[in-house]
Unconditional design. Sequence first.
Length: 484
Amino acid sequence: MNFDDLANRYLDGQASAEEVRQLEEFLLAQSSSRRLFADLANLDSALAEQAAGWEPQSLTLPVKPMRTTTARTWLAAAAALTVLLTGTWWWQSATQVHATVARGIGINAFPQGMEIHGKHYSIQAGTVEFITALGAHVVIEAPASFQFESAQRLHMKHGRVAADVPPSAKGFTVITPTGKAVDLGTKFGVDVPQQGQAEIHVFQGEVIAQSAKGGKRQSLRDGQAYSLQSGAGASREIRSAAFIQPDETQSLQAALSSGQRSQSDAAIAALRKDEALIALLDFEDENLPPGTFRMTQGRWPGTRAPEFVNVGDHMKLNAGAEHAWPQLTLAAWVRLDRLESPYQSLYHTDGWDEDKRGQVHWIIKDDATMRLALKRNTLPPDSGEKDGFPDSLTPVLPKNGRWVHVAVTYDADARRIRFYLNGLFDKESLQATAHPALLGPAQIGNWNSKDRKLSGRVDELILLGRTMTDAEIRALFDAGNPYH
């Protein structure tokens, strides 16, 4: 039996005398095992109560019932633990360097090489990548409030953190107000909203999760997620794209340093002057459209984007109802977590009525391709399209969960639909019957008639009453691309 299994059986009060003996050998022989056991032992109700507060307190190891009568074995194990615990004083040391700043993106308060001690930090905009003293790469995205209690303990009051933990830092722990996560050699993320339960998302490896106030330990592996609800947790669907990963920060920083943000702002300013503009949502206005959604950081530090997480999340938009539109361009930046079956809504007019020709449904299918459906439009018999609607060719869900730019143009007179991904033309579909687009009351990120929730973030949604050219869409992508 390996160390992880032995430690968990002991902490669950199920270890036999032989298993305790094996655990003792691990603890006496390996400092890394002693360090990891301390983090696992922290998963108790006393420290769960600490997680609800903010000031660090002394470590208390709970006494667990054991199925053994061998006192000598237990005393030897306890002695090993005592040696370990007497060395934990430095966890609270204000002078200990727990981490250093690898890079700060859109934030000047964390210059490269800055040493991080036990201080509390709050950031309102930007992203910071840290490297702990034991080599873990930790990315924290604003808005966030946090404290490194040690190289192995990060206390998140709120915010998002993604960690890439090497074997040298096995046991890295993230503490939240509603529970905690202990790494067992993995890549994982923790989302701590200002209100509600924290969530743990495991991208690779294994994490031990425990909710506050006596919740049981839960082992999470690749592709699993868990909500740290008070007293008991609950499984969630993985949201890998909700976190900025360590391998993403360098290209984000390079784009900012090259002046990409200014180019993006200039492109949006030019679009606002376009006479054909129907709607442009950059979500920076305090008067946001109505709906149910979470506001998170957008593509650029300090910007905002709506995030659709839960069933029923949506944003309402009422634009373009004054007349039908023979030409239309739809475009947006999206950061998708996963694909829902069968569809995810980018933009849906509220209805799909037989007497309202041209109502628009722009969706992402469960095979990750786009679809633009207009009511009562038809395809030629030899179109080869699936399900009777025009679809794009290339999947829009990247493996690395990054921002992508999606766009589609529609010309009713030419009976033509053209799809674009990241500024590049993807596919053209001809229509046998093509009605002018009918807009008006609509939803972004869902459709009220059926649950077609988009899982992820949307930024810079554009509705334009003309067809943009290939060159214009390429320029729009180039200007707004947050990566370099």
